[in-house]
Design a protein around this ligand. Structure first.
Ligand code: SAM
Length: 359
């Protein structure tokens, strides 16, 4: 290799080594979440034996995990000069916002769970890439679905009401304070539906999802918020249609992983009353393919390769888009599904785009 080729090969080798380190550290965080180490440390400083006692885990393993987390700067040590068995570790206050589960914007717990889910499914994924077969969410297990739902929780709880306000015209029923009915297709754990019901007292919502576990989570969530009368949930395969018509039909972060996205858009169109609106939120992507690309595009592509495209390939005659569903593709799908109007709504979010579709 000449000088320039040598420099580039070395830079790439270093970058991938650092990526291996980052992946291994994230998998250690996954262990910490699953074993309840972070939650237990949040109750106060502990040495390895004390944390093992709090979490019902093996002390020698716990010590290794604590030391790994400390050298990675994820947790802190009271006094590094203490012998290993008495050395005490703690979760610094700012790290609690990141390493403990919550719907706060900095919590990364929900985002780490799907990485563990992918680790479980890698052998099947390799097989799927060879045969072209699809996978289903159940193959990834609850870490994927719960992690995904949690990852969007902060966005739906805090940003969604503003997005919906800017997507609808001022004289829309909802903003005019008139009784409004909303349906959400693929509502997951119900974070979006409940956020909207909480914000708009004139709104009556129903969320549909094919996954009964998701519907149970959504029902619990709605009951916790005292919204049971106005935010209901139902298990339903929405390809079969919705049970009635609505003023607003939402499809939030679902379309790109469906085997038949155009068919689902058609379901949404038919479920709209005259004058009704379909609101779509999906993965933010660049307008066209560019390489190399920024971190957001790289994140969306890894999600597509590891989960969304394989899940979209499930079943007969699948025509998935994968996570990279650019505006031009969404517009074409909306036209094919029979919508007459299509508008992109400008929103200030790094990971999502929003569209309003009408008759
Ligand atoms: C990526 S999750 C999004 C969940 C939620 N909208 C959110 O953003 O957190 C996709 C959801 O669509 C649901 N889903 C997939 N196919 C469906 C179908 N045919 N009918 C209803 N829900 C479906 C899945 O069970 C899953 O909960």
């Amino acid at each position: 290799m000449n000088g320039e080729a040598d420099r580039r090969a070395n830079a790439l080798a270093l970058r991938l080594w650092l990526n291996c380190l980052a992946t291994q550290e994230i998998l250690c965080c996954y262990l910490g979440i699953q074993l309840g180490y972070y939650e237990a440390l949040a109750r106060g400083p502990a040495n390895a034996a004390e944390l093992a006692e709090r979490t019902q885990t093996a002390a020698r393993y716990t010590r290794e995990w604590l030391e790994q987390q400390a050298v990675a700067g994820l947790i802190a040590v009271e006094d590094t000069s203490q012998p290993a068995h008495t050395r005490r570790f703690f979760l610094p206050e700012p790290h609690r916002h990141v390493l403990l589960a919550s719907d706060g914007p900095l919590s990364r717990v929900a985002g780490i769970l799907p990485v563990g889910a992918v680790a479980h499914v890698l052998p099947r994924l390799i097989q799927a890439y060879r045969t072209g077969a699809g996978l289903v969410d159940a193959d990834y297990g609850p870490d994927w679905t719960q992690g995904h739902a949690g990852s969007n929780a902060a966005f739906y709880s805090h940003a969604l009401p503003t997005i919906v306000r800017s997507a609808l015209s001022r004289d829309h029923l909802l903003l005019a304070g008139k009784p409004t009915q909303l349906a959400e297709i693929g509502c997951g754990a119900g974070w979006a539906t409940t956020s909207l019901a909480r914000t708009f007292p004139n709104l009556s919502c129903i969320g549909f999802d094919i996954d009964p576990d998701m519907i149970h989570m959504a029902e619990r969530h709605s009951a916790d918020l005292g919204l049971t009368g106005r935010a209901r949930f139902e298990v339903r395969d929405c390809y079969g249609g919705l049970p009635s018509q609505f003023d607003i039909v939402c499809i939030f972060d679902v379309l790109h992983e469906l085997p038949k996205p155009v068919e689902m858009l058609g379901v949404a169109r038919l479920a709209c009353r005259s004058g009704g609106t379909v609101l779509l939120i999906d993965a933010r992507t660049q307008e066209r393919f560019q390489a190399p690309a920024d971190e957001i595009e790289r994140f969306q592509y890894t999600t597509s390769v590891l989960h969304c495209l394989p899940v979209g390939h499930a079943g007969e005659n699948a025509q998935p888009t994968g996570t990279i569903m650019r505006e031009k593709t969404v517009r074409e799908m909306a036209t094919t599904a029979g919508f007459g109007s299509f508008e992109r709504i400008a929103i200030a979010d790094r990971l999502h785009s929003c569209y309003r579709l009408g008759p």
